[in-house]
Design a protein around this ligand. Structure first.
Ligand code: NAP
Length: 253
């Protein structure tokens, strides 16, 4: 595995670690020597994954749409692993897919609560810890949907555009105080989210072939790479995994 980042003994908290990209990220960071804190609502799934990874993993059930739960999760991570070096804001949802004139306003808002406010909650809870120690890395899973409208994804596009601005904000406010904030736009990835998109049958993304998606392991390896010095040129910015140059640098196919 390509791993320019020295993760030995580092503490990494990953939201949305119960499956998909987050679960693979947990495995990749642990394989690189990090201690990992697995955050998701699905308590059983993260407990199973912690069991698979071993003593360097702790499962912390948490709904990131509630700030107090995120604050408690960061405290539990510090207690279990003695610190927090890297936050991976990965948790996100796409459902319910709906056109704007028909979308249920409460369900639309719940997506914002997870995809946008959840990212803010992670940063708000982690930044004081990171600023106090003088360093920290905040990686956030972005999306091409932050940059272009996609039919029936107004909630998702708006939330990802906002989340990208939060990365820029963290860099603006704290880049000079040791905080490394970077967004990662992965392209389409073979996870449960793409199954839900396919089932919706609404826009061109739903009509992609399964073989068009990259494996979540590629995203996980890129996240580890982003903790190293080679990603320094992207601070406060977004990395796209569609970029062949980035794939080469990370050591992907
Ligand atoms: N798959 C793609 O093609 C693609 C492309 C671009 C960006 N992304 C982004 O990549 C990230 C990961 O998605 P994925 O593809 O791995 O999807 P996934 O397999 O559906 O996983 C989503 C994860 O988010 C967690 N989650 C959802 N709501 C949560 C909440 N309120 N609190 C805590 N955890 C929550 C889920 O766990 P629980 O349900 O157990 O809480 C699950 O672990 C998302 O931000 C997504 O927008 C994905």
């Amino acid at each position: 595995m390509t791993n320019s980042a020295d993760m030995a003994g580092k503490v990494v908290l990953i939201t949305g670690a119960s499956r998909g990209i987050g679960a693979e990220a947990a495995r990749a960071f642990a394989a690189a020597g990090a201690k990992v804190a697995l955050v998701a609502r699905g308590a059983e799934a993260i407990a199973d994954l912690a069991g698979e990874i071993g003593p360097q993993a702790v499962a912390i059930p948490c709904d990131i749409s509630r700030y107090w739960e995120v604050e408690q999760a960061v405290a539990a991570c510090q207690q279990a692993h003695g610190g927090l070096d890297v936050l991976v804001n990965n948790a996100g949802v796409i459902e319910p897919v709906a056109h704007m004139a028909e979308a249920d306003p409460d369900a639309w808002g719940q997506v914002i609560d997870i995809n946008l406010k959840g990212v803010f909650h992670g940063m708000r809870a982690a930044l004081p810890v990171m600023l106090a120690q003088g360093h920290g890395t905040v990686l956030t899973i972005g999306s091409g949907a932050a940059h272009a409208p996609v039919e029936a994804w107004s909630h998702y596009c708006a939330s990802k555009a906002g989340a990208l601005m939060l990365t820029r904000m963290a860099h603006e406010e704290y880049g000079e105080r040791g905080i490394r904030a970077i967004s990662l736009s992965p392209g389409t990835v073979a996870t449960q989210m793409q199954r839900e998109i396919k089932a919706s049958g609404i826009n061109p993304v739903s009509r992609l072939d399964w073989s068009d998606h990259i494996p979540p392991e590629w995203v996980a390896r890129t996240l580890v790479w982003m903790c190293g010095a080679e990603a320094a040129g992207f601070l406060g910015d977004e990395i796209s995994l569609r970029d062949p140059g980035i794939r080469r640098q990370v050591g992907l196919a």
